[in-house]
Design a protein around this ligand. Structure first.
Ligand SMILES: N[C@@H](CCC(=O)N[C@@H](CS)C(=O)NCC(=O)O)C(=O)O
Length: 223
């Protein structure tokens, strides 16, 4: 049996592969990242991901860092879970990859600016400006997603994919930081639909358990 360990933290973007793993239903275990102890900066963890970031999925001892790489590996390894649509057309494959990478390369960095603006500029008053500018860019990005979701239930059409799990996480993080949901009713409804999915509920439950543990250790990060 394949040995799968996901390095994750409550609230972090590791929720996306966590949802993917829960959707597949394969046995896996988890390793909680203790950011407050600087574990992500340790040489031990950097052997798994030189960028010092989660998620990392360790497969039979071999690490896969980066959300996109993890999600594609899971999708190809467990095709029955339909995490991403399969196609023999390289053009369609490229379109699906493009939709996924949009989240990791375009939207995700904006989430980071909205949640942790001091990582980008710590001059007095600057973090708020970072938030404001990232919020404007995020709103622009979300306009096209809102338009799509007004005519289809999921990001790629009629069928859920892990791209919907990525949108779920983006929305969770930005609305949790005060982003105004009012102009985006279709995305709000999409988020509600994802919350009803058992795999999403199991992923959140794992995060809640991890959060309780980190709280008890005084190591729950505010990020
Ligand atoms: N490109 C990476 C980004 C991962 C990422 O930003 N992870 C955050 C948590 S959401 C992290 O570990 N941050 C720690 C840090 O930057 O020090 C991916 O898609 O996996």
């Amino acid at each position: 049996m394949t040995d799968l360990c996901l390095h994750f933290a409550p609230g972090a973007c590791s929720r996306v592969p966590l949802i993917a793993l829960e959707t597949i239903g394969v046995p896996f275990y988890t390793q909680i990242m203790r950011f407050m102890k600087g574990e992500h900066k340790s040489s031990q963890f950097k052997n798994l991901n030189p960028s010092g970031k989660i998620p990392v999925l360790v497969v039979n001892g071999t690490p896969i860092p980066q959300n996109v790489a993890i999600l594609i590996w899971l999708s190809k390894t467990y095709p029955q879970a339909n995490l991403l649509p399969e196609s023999n057309s390289s053009l369609i494959q490229a379109q699906v990859l493009s939709a996924l990478v949009r989240f990791s390369a375009d939207l995700h960095p904006l989430v980071t600016r909205i949640r942790m603006p001091h990582f980008f500029c710590d001059l007095e008053g600057a973090p708020q400006r970072v938030v404001d500018m990232a919020t404007m860019s995020m709103s622009e990005q979300l306009e096209s997603i809102e338009a799509d979701l007004l005519s289809q239930p999921w990001m790629l059409g009629d069928h859920w994919s892990v791209i919907d799990a990525y949108l779920h996480w983006v929305w969770f993080r930005i609305t949790g930081a005060g982003f105004d949901p009012a102009p985006f009713p279709a995305i709000t409804a999409h988020y509600s639909r994802t919350l009803e999915m058992p795999a999403v509920q199991r992923a959140i439950s794992r995060e809640n358990d991890a959060e309780a543990l980190l709280q008890s250790e005084g190591l729950m990060p505010r990020f």
